[in-house]
Design a protein around this ligand. Structure first.
Ligand SMILES: C[S@@+](CC[C@H](N)C(=O)[O-])C[C@H]1O[C@@H](n2cnc3c(N)ncnc32)[C@H](O)[C@@H]1O
Length: 278
């Protein structure tokens, strides 16, 4: 349904984990403090990367409810989480994991988030989280989520929201034009209506203020170097393809740019993390 390639998600996972803002993460850890157990909903979970990053910082006993619209990604999440854990057991529809001294119960839900009720009253979560999702959603959908969460005083933790900044080293003449076209493409419909794209942070912050949330926010840029060649190649090709949809007459020039950029020294892609408590 979503067209997110599991290979792409696997490639970005270590970079995503390294990029997550440590200060915001430590606020999240402190907020839940000594709680013995916690229920977390992860929206647009993909193959489970967000759980693998966050669960080791949270309570000894956790229940994660993973939601995604793509059944293939959910199947891959189940498989890769079982491999990630020290010990994994299937229990009815759930997966029970031991990881270090954490016991993590995982349930999986295949659902279209544009249609699902966002109060999650069937799950009663202590935290709703999402990684690399909110730049795909519309303002209308995000307001529905924030309003529903505020009603139940549920904290929100959204990481790796693309903020529109992208730099390659060394710079090349077409960089600025490609990034501008890519950023316009990010505002297109990704299934939720017109996507927030690079405006996500401003829009999300304004909504959180409107619904009375306290907010902690920080940068979480991808800092890619020589060791990240495969990711740089895939990323650069993705920028060129998206930019070409906005400027079709530039398709050849953008493809040539991507070829040259594939071996670039490094790249920085800007993201922001936000934790909000009601
Ligand atoms: C950029 S990926 C991020 C995946 C994962 N959170 C991660 O950090 O690796 C976005 C995810 O959102 C899911 N998604 C996109 N639109 C969706 C929708 N309308 N309903 C449910 N899931 C959706 C995709 O299937 C994909 O797994």
């Amino acid at each position: 349904m979503s067209g997110f390639d599991p290979g792409w998600l696997e490639l970005r996972e270590p970079i995503d984990h390294a990029a997550r803002n440590a200060e915001v993460e430590s606020v999240v850890r402190g907020y839940f403090g000594e709680r013995a157990s916690l229920t977390v909903v992860d929206l647009g979970c993909g193959t489970g990367s967000n759980l693998r990053a966050l669960a080791p910082m949270l309570s000894p006993r956790q229940h994660w409810h993973l939601i995604d619209g793509d059944p293939m990604l959910l199947a891959e999440a189940r498989r890769s989480l079982a491999l990630w854990a020290d010990c994994a057991r299937d229990a009815d529809d759930e997966l029970h994991l031991d990881k270090g001294d954490r016991q993590i119960r995982v349930s999986f839900e295949c659902a279209d988030l544009t249609l699902r009720d966002l109060h999650f009253s069937d799950i009663n979560p202590d935290l709703v989280t999402a990684a690399a999702l909110f730049d795909l959603v519309s303002l209308e959908w995000l307001e529905r989520l924030v309003a529903a969460s505020a009603q139940r005083h549920v904290p929100l933790y959204a990481v790796l929201n693309y903020d529109g900044l992208a730099h390659w080293q060394p710079q090349a003449p077409l960089d600025e034009r490609i990034v501008a076209a890519f950023n316009r493409h990010q505002r297109g419909d990704k299934g939720f209506g017109p996507a927030l794209g690079p405006t996500t942070i401003d829009a999300f912050s304004a909504l959180l203020a409107k619904y009375g949330y306290r907010v902690w926010q920080g940068d979480s840029p991808w800092q890619l170097g020589g060791g990240d060649r495969s990711l740089i190649r895939a990323l650069t090709a993705g920028f060129a393809t998206a930019a070409s949809e906005i400027e079709p007459e530039m398709v050849e020039a953008f493809a040539a740019w991507a070829d040259e950029r594939a071996d670039t020294e490094g790249a920085i892609i800007g993201h922001q993390d936000i934790f909000a408590a009601a």
